[in-house]
Design a protein around this ligand. Structure first.
Ligand SMILES: [Zn+2]
Length: 67
């Protein structure tokens, strides 16, 4: 799986993939992440609704800074 990702984290595509991320409900391997990205989604409780709000927040902030 790490080779399929080119050895890089599947989220940031920059850092080396070092952490195998499992779905905590099913135990399925979701992908291999770098330390920071794994920590980041963990801090957002792996909740897609929260992560989507974080994305909107970041994009909204960035948009207002450039307009
Ligand atoms: Zn990463």
């Amino acid at each position: 799986m790490i080779r399929a990702q080119g050895g890089l984290c599947i989220i940031c595509l920059r850092a080396p993939a070092v952490h195998v991320d499992h779905c905590h409900k099913t135990g399925r391997v979701r992908g291999v992440l770098c330390f920071n990205c794994n920590t980041g989604i963990g801090l957002l409780k792996e909740r897609p609704d929260r992560i989507r709000r974080a994305i909107r927040y970041l994009e909204g902030t960035r948009g207002s800074q450039h307009s």
